[in-house]
Every structure is written in C-alpha cells, then in structure tokens.
Design a protein around this ligand. Structure first.
Ligand code: GTP
Ligand code: MG
Length: 187
C-alpha cells in the first residue's frame, strides 16, 4: 500500500497521470473525451476495446484510458487497473433504469480491486442537458449505497455534466488535477 503510494507520487512528480474512464456502455465516456479534446462528437461510436488520449492540463499530462463499457467487455476491465492514478466513473443521467447495474458495477470495481486503492475518484453524472431531473435521485442513491465506503479509501467528487453542452467538464477536470496534485504532499 505504501509502496503503491510512493510509486504513484513519483509518477505525478514527473507530471504523468493515468486516468481510467469507466462506466456502463452508452454513458457517454467517449463523447466526453471528444468534448474535452474539441473533436467531432458526432463521429463517436461504441468503444470495442479501449482508446488512449493525452491531455495536458494544469501542468499534468493526463493519459486518459477510455474503456468500452458493454457487458461483454466488462470482464476485461481488470486488465486496465494497473498503475491507475485516478478513476473517472461516468453515470448516464438519462438511464435511471440502469442505475442498479451501474452502482453494482462501480461497487465491484472499487471494493474488490486492490490496485485502485487510494486513487482519486470522480463520478460524472453525464447527459444532464436532457436528464437533469434525475440528478437528485442519482446523487441520493450514490450517497446511500456507494460513497460512504468509497470515501474510506478515496477522495471522491460527484459532478453533474454534459458532454454536449460542456457543463461540468472544467469543474470535473479541475477536481481531477487538484486531487492528483494534492497527493504530492501526502504520503
Ligand atoms: N444528450 C446527450 N447525449 C450524450 C451525451 N454524451 C453522450 N451522449 C450520447 O450517448 C451515446 C453514447 O455515447 P458514447 O460516448 O459512445 O458512450 P460510451 O460510454 O463511450 O459507450 P461505450 O463505448 O459503449 O462504453 C451517443 O449517442 C452520444 O451522442 C450528453 O452529454 N448529452
Ligand atoms: Mg466509448
């Protein structure tokens, strides 16, 4: 555990951070990346496998690993956990019917995965341009079912956002960078 923290800290000193972007299929992960990189969001298609993009922000090179979220791909998620500094979990605000599954997968990832202990976590509640009315419900469920346990081992942020309008994107990326930098001074 301490060694893991030292290694992470060394990497952050070198201004490199590996950010894992996960969540159920159709949550909007790849569209968020396209918005962040100012690319054409209309050309985004479901991710079969993964895509890596690098974004420099606040002096840190964020290597964003965007992993496909379809059910058939989830058994392979664990292949990407190694050396992760930060986890972004994307929830689809327009799919309350999939919230049970979403929370269950998040719990599986974070509570059963030693290699992610101590990473920062941002939960982005995406698509609020059309799913704003579900934000409170999602936040309440997360608070009740996930966040208590999660906060024992992670700094956690929950931010509503929209890949389409850009709402909440800067706020989310600021949280990622601030959290990563805060770990430079703590062991
Ligand atoms: N209204 C709205 N639609 C969005 C938003 N973000 C993504 N979408 C749509 O949601 C659908 C899925 O987006 P993707 O980015 O492919 O989702 P993903 O999470 O990468 O899915 P997988 O690669 O299968 O895991 C697409 O039709 C997007 O246009 C958003 O902020 N608002
Ligand atoms: Mg995708």
């Amino acid at each position: 555990m301490v060694l893991l923290k030292v290694l992470r800290k060394q990497k952050i000193k070198e201004s490199q951070a590996r950010v894992l972007l996960l969540g159920l299929d159709n949550a909007g992960k790849s569209t968020l990346v396209a918005q962040i990189l100012d690319e054409d969001m209309r050309s985004v298609a479901p991710t079969f496998g993964f895509q890596i993009n690098t974004l420099t922000r606040d002096g840190i090179n964020l290597h964003i690993w965007d992993i496909g979220g379809q059910q058939s791909l989830r058994p392979f998620w664990h292949n990407y956990f190694e050396k992760t500094d930060f986890l972004i979990w994307v929830v689809d605000a327009c799919a309350p019917a999939r919230l049970d599954k979403c929370i269950q997968e998040l719990q599986t990832v974070l509570q059963q995965e030693d290699r992610l202990i101590g990473t920062g976590v941002l939960i982005w509640i995406n698509k609020v341009d059309i799913g704003r009315e579900n934000i409170s419900l999602i936040e309440e469920r997360l608070e009740k079912e996930v966040l208590g346990t999660l906060r024992e081992n992670h700094n956690v942020g929950v931010i509503p956002c929209s890949a389409f309008t850009g709402e909440g994107i800067n706020e989310g990326l600021d949280f990622v960078c601030d959290e990563i930098k805060s770990r430079l001074f703590v062991l």
